[in-house]
Ligand binder design. Sequence first.
Ligand code: NAP
Length: 307
Amino acid sequence: MTALFDRVALIGVGLIGSSLSHAMRAHGLAVHVSAHARSAATRSKVKDLGLAHSVHDSAAAAVVDADLVILCSPVGSYGALAAEIAPALKPGAILTDVGSVKAAVAKDIGPHVPAGVHFIPGHPIAGTEQSGPESGFATLFANRWCILTPLPGCDPVALAKLETFWRRCGSDVEVMTPEHHDLVLAITSHLPHLIAYNIVATAADLEEVTSSEVIKYSAGGFRDFTRIAASDPTMWRDVFLNNREAVLEMLGRFTEDLSALQRAIRWGDGETLFTLFSRSREIRRGIIAAGQDTAAPNFGRNPEKSQ
Ligand code: NAP
């Protein structure tokens, strides 16, 4: 199959950037991959791992002649990066990103995009709690959704080409507005991370239960939160700073529902608890039926080592 793009530039090479590099190689999507990484240590790892054909200390140098530029750094870095690369972008190039928030990203990058460059924000709904260039793998995006949030006036040919890129990485593609994306992700991703960070912090602060007991008995449920709460702190700080309204809206609803549960426990209202827990079980079944998780018990972990 012929390569989809002659030259693709990755700006930032962590979990997502390195996974894109592996996926592009596996599916023959680019003739040349150029990469920019901020630190000398990451640039050296990118070279050692063979994640790019050329590695650049400056983001502007990495995008020269690129047909597709993908920003793969934390959301808070996009405005400054866009200002830096704008003069070097090739007319006709597609500029996209993988950030977990979309409205703020469109606002931060949009004003810097030169005429003739097609800016299409994007977000692959795929990830792990790992970070850095060593953590990527080619199948990260397989059977996962990628959401594209084109802005008014977006060129349909450029949009179709970016859709093809993600489909050839193994993803299904959905198109929606940045605002709708932010609302959906606030409940499906951002709030769960906030709850995980909070429950781990609460457990760590408990004085009556020692931290060794928290670790020893973690298979009771706690450890599944710790996996999510091990996610990259910079990335998640930027997500909450940039999706404030939608997260606060969902947090308000969540707090109300939690109060209702608290009340049901206080008043011994078993029926309310049972009805809600049964509904949740159905949602889990729906996720498995949609191929978004394994049906194996305990997430497919070795049963002998699990609770
Ligand atoms: P990561 O593994 O922590 O890698 C981040 C990369 O960005 C590193 O190469 C880092 O360089 C670089 N970087 C950080 N700050 C920068 C700056 N100010 N200027 C230039 N480069 C900078 O992160 P990731 O998990 O790949 O996430 C990258 C993006 O993907 C984020 O926007 C995130 O919202 C989005 N995303 C993440 C996931 C997930 O589950 N992880 C899923 C979907 C989307 P150094 O190594 O040199 O510091």
